[in-house]
Design a protein around this ligand. Sequence first.
Ligand SMILES: [Fe+2]
Ligand SMILES: [Fe+2]
Length: 345
Amino acid sequence: MNHSAARSLMKSLIGGGNYGRHVTSGLRAVAPFDASAAAAGYQSQGLSMVLIRWGRMMSTAPESSSPTSVVVGKDEKRDGAVATEKGGGGGAVVVSSYWGVSRPKITREDGTEWPWNCFMPWETYQADVSIDLSKHHVPKTFADKVAYRTVKLLRMPTDLFFKRRYGCRAMMLETVAAVPGMVGGMLLHLRSLRKFQQSGGWIKALLEEAENERMHLMTMVELVQPKWYERFLVLTVQGVFFNAFFTLYLLSPKLAHRVVGYLEEEAIHSYTEYLKDIDDGKIENVRAPAIAIDYWRLPKDATLKDVITVIRADEAHHRDVNHFASDIHFQGKELRDAPAPVGYH
Ligand SMILES: [Fe+2]
Ligand SMILES: [Fe+2]
């Protein structure tokens, strides 16, 4: 592999070229690309179609059918959803071939155009923030104690590395948090195929968890931009963690789910500390990113504190799901023997 090939491989693995850190908005994702210049370029070449899928450059950006949607005034910049509606022009999606499948026009309940392709209105929800945050599974068996100690051990280097930089911490740890649900869901999927058996809804429940965690990440990355070495760290950690968790799940799903249950308990603790720092004024309570407002059906004037509050509630739900899954295994049963908590938020 020559030098430039190695460079481009590394770039594709760690992503984008914008390594700065800044608080940003829902429209940050379009910044590295000069939309109007590109469109003009294509037109000057006599092409009738501009083959640019703006929103798909980054899944967190409002995904619009029209390039004009990215041209907004400063005041509008924060709310990508609103900005996109202005230039939406529904149904004007340009597809790149005969096989292109255009999305039907989707609107919010208030009739405004839905700006996201990465999630749909029926996947949004209002988090149940009344959930008990203090619930803890007391480790009794040997396996429980191993899971608990492992998580406490993993917490130490993260405390040392991030200290009280909770925005950065959350963004980085969400890259890990979204792995277990995907691994568990994938392995249950394969098991279902191998054994010609229903999964009892657990495939869906675990994949929902993975998606929900990924949405936490898509939200956090609107607020904190990873530096190049953090991207590199994520790459390394993902390689190690995915394989470690995959192996653990194959060997002992009950231990794997217990570990995740305890990881979620730690996540609740971290987000509680994050909220304390917002309340104390140590972290600015900025306005919520547009993606978060739509995903959690938050009010238009929602703030970072509202976002962290609903994310913390999500973590409490993941805690319950994973301790429940582990308990099923501890009772000598399979997950499919108990109805899965699909849609448990
Ligand atoms: Fe999360
Ligand atoms: Fe979680």
